[in-house]
Design a binder for this molecule. Structure first.
Ligand code: PLP
Length: 392
């Protein structure tokens, strides 16, 4: 049998999935490793999909998505993100992951380099590599509040650099980039003629500061903005996201989606439309719950000397487990096997020193799970710690 390409065989599993798979083999363990809202999809959204399916919304749609959904997306982009876009610029995708992958596939080919943050959601690097590009990591430093610094990025740019991927609100750090940071990144992309791929999947989960969309600052054909319904509306399983790009690029993205998925599921698109057109109180309530968990968890972690960084958005917190003397991956698997708590190792997101010191905990898990899971995590740190406990 012919060998698979080396580059495909070398594709690593996402370091989060590794923990998920182990957690699934341990029924009853506390799950703090994935960004899975513990809320049900709001009832009016489920109901709209049910009624739509009953009325025959069970077919293929246009690859770019239902026109009515794309119109609703344009209105949302204007009202929430300050982005002016028309329906030709929108591609509805099967979740944010599919939209981001289609965008990177549209931009990248063998020989290109893609600038990807360290730490970052693991899928960007996997997708860029599948597209044949070389991944170049740029650092997000804890001492700078994990805000990217163009001064760190610029020396990494070569004539082959094609795309700069940014993510705010950020998974895993929870950083929300300031207006100055976003403007500086946009300026960098413009000066070096790079595509700026902005992953804005957590745009409506911000607790401190405000989310700034690069496309709201300036109309530039280099900007690609990626969104999802998964996080804002607790719709992870419905698989609906969208990508906003200049019309010629949007058309290429449509053709890539055509090759890969044909279209997002029609009942799910109708659910997404109901999400945008219906009451938004559910979004506020869920965001308020994540914020309340964030405050309680940060207070607990800070009292025990475990707080890595206070997140301003998204729904994750980085927990500093360095006092255990263990590396992040060993810590995560040890905690799961010995104390039944699943967390994501920092090494799933990058390879810096900071990645080795931290594990990521999801605030999308129930408060009771967070309380018990973090108490066990603290105990595990103490069992392995050579130094005395934090101040509490
Ligand atoms: N971008 C980031 C940073 C994420 O964390 C996720 C999911 O966890 C996604 C995009 C894609 O989410 P989905 O494919 O569920 O829409």
């Amino acid at each position: 049998m012919r060998a698979l390409p080396d580059s495909r065989r070398a594709l690593p599993h996402s370091g989060i999935r590794e923990v998920v798979n182990e957690a699934l083999r341990r029924p009853g363990c506390i799950r703090l490793e994935v960004g899975e809202p513990n809320f049900a999809t709001p009832e009016h959204i489920v109901q709209a999909a049910y009624e739509a399916a009953r009325q025959g919304a069970t077919k293929y749609t246009a690859t770019a998505g239902l026109l009515s959904l794309r119109e609703a997306i344009c209105a949302k982009l204007r009202a929430v993100n300050g982005i002016t876009a028309n329906v030709e610029q929108i591609n509805v995708s099967a979740g944010g992951v599919n939209g981001i992958a289609a965008a990177l596939t549209a931009l990248l080919e063998r020989g290109d380099e893609a600038l990807i943050p360290d730490p970052a959601w693991p899928n960007y690097a996997m997708q860029a590599e599948i597209a044949g590009a070389t991944v170049v990591r740029y650092p997000l430093q804890p001492q700078r509040g994990f805000q990217p610094d163009p001064g760190d990025i610029e020396p990494l740019i070569t004539p082959r650099t094609k795309a700069l991927v940014i993510n705010s609100p950020c998974n895993p750090t929870g950083a929300v980039f300031s207006r100055e940071t976003v403007a500086a990144l946009l300026d960098l992309a413009q000066r070096h003629d790079l595509y700026l791929v902005a992953d804005e999947c957590y745009d409506q989960l911000v607790y401190e500061g405000a989310h700034i969309s690069p496309a709201a600052l300036c109309l530039d054909e280099r900007i690609i903005s990626c969104f999802t319904f998964s996080k804002t509306y607790a719709m992870t399983g419905w698989r609906v996201g969208y990508v906003v790009a200049a019309a010629p690029l949007a058309d290429v993205i449509t053709r890539i989606l055509e090759a890969n998925v044909s279209c997002a599921a029609m009942p799910a698109q109708r659910a997404a439309e109901a999400a945008l057109l219906g009451p938004q109180q559910c979004v506020e309530e869920m965001a308020a719950a994540y914020d309340s968990r964030r405050r309680r968890v940060c207070a607990y972690l800070s009292a025990h000397g475990l707080l890595g960084y206070v997140p301003q958005g998204a729904f994750y917190v980085m927990v500093d487990v360095s006092r255990s003397g263990m590396k992040a991956r060993d810590f995560a698997f040890g905690l799961l096997r010995q104390h039944g708590v699943a967390v994501a190792p920092g090494t799933a997101f990058g390879s810096s020193d900071s990645a080795q010191r931290h594990v990521r905990v999801s605030l999308a898990s129930a408060q009771s799970d967070l309380d018990e899971g973090l108490a066990r995590l603290h105990r595990y740190v103490m069992e392995h710690s050579a130094t005395p406990a934090g101040s509490a």
